[in-house]
Design a protein around this ligand. Structure first.
Ligand SMILES: [Zn+2]
Length: 278
């Protein structure tokens, strides 16, 4: 996998080098399948598990990049967004000569599905509040709220790893998922504990949900100005929110910000490559 700089206005594009460079834009209309991970598809070509690298881009304020891969699944690495963040930090970030266009919420939008909830509300900046209630002795109810600015993503979210139950592992492998999964790249839950501690944060589970949400909301194709509140949601509800927002143009407006400093588009300074995976 390689991350390449892209021209201002490009957005994020995935490129399958094993399929003659076929490109899939990281936008809502290409969302294909959402269960344990979010997949994009265009003309039958699939890119799976896009959420962690997209989350890293949003968290670092990267607007334009091309992600090349020679496989249908993004590398899971350590199960968090930190390796992607480090790849980009290593090569640096460059400002581009184009004002960033934000999607600013004007009205609220709420979705419910049984006891699951996700909503987005007008606000001057992007923030996320997430609650989970997971029937496991180490998790239970956890909530986390974060403003995604001033480096808080890097400090509080990027390193939170994905998690899975040992008993679900075979089921997921049968679905063709987590082909690269092992105790090196996710927190493995047993019936009453974890197999591969220690946790990076006491509330690492809910922080990872925030990471996933930020990655899925990247499919808006723009940075959002709004407060997102989620309770026991998942990839399906995250991506449903994105497509509902985009469908109703009375909910938001496209704006540029006046503060010079923060409002230009950004791109990785040069090519960043990651080694071989799974
Ligand atoms: Zn995840």
């Amino acid at each position: 996998m390689r991350i390449l700089p892209a021209a201002a206005g490009t957005g994020i594009i995935f490129r399958r080098t094993d399929l003659d460079g076929f490109e899939i834009e990281a936008v809502s209309r290409n969302v294909a399948r959402v269960s344990y991970a979010t997949s994009l598809m265009k003309k039958g070509v699939l890119i799976s598990t896009t959420e962690h690298v997209l989350s890293a881009f949003i968290g670092m304020g990267i607007d334009n990049a091309i992600v090349e891969l020679d496989n249908l699944e993004l590398p899971i690495l350590d199960g968090s967004a930190r390796p992607f963040v480090e790849m980009i930090q290593k090569v640096g970030i460059r400002k581009q000569r184009r004002r960033r266009k934000y999607l600013r919420m004007l009205r609220e939008l709420e979705l419910r599905e049984g006891n699951k909830f996700i909503g987005v509300y007008p606000a001057d900046a992007y923030s996320v509040s997430y609650a989970i209630d997971f029937p496991h002795p180490l998790i239970g109810k956890e909530t986390f709220e974060v403003a995604l600015s001033n480096g808080s993503y890097l400090r509080h979210i990027a390193a939170a790893r994905t998690f899975g139950a040992r008993e679900d592992e075979q089921k997921m492998r049968n679905m063709g998922l987590i082909r690269g999964a092992s105790s090196e790249n996710c927190i493995v839950l047993t019936r009453d504990g974890i197999e591969n501690g220690p946790l990076r944060f006491a509330d690492e589970f809910v922080r990872h949900k925030v990471l996933d949400l930020v990655g899925d909301l990247a499919l808006l194709g723009k940075q959002i100005l709004g407060k997102v509140v989620a309770d026991r949601a998942g990839h399906a509800m995250h991506t449903a929110l994105v497509s509902r927002i985009l469908r109703d143009k009375t909910l938001w407006e496209e704006v540029t910000l006046s503060a010079e400093e923060e409002s230009d588009e950004r791109v990785p300074s040069m090519q960043a490559a990651a080694g071989s995976f799974a």
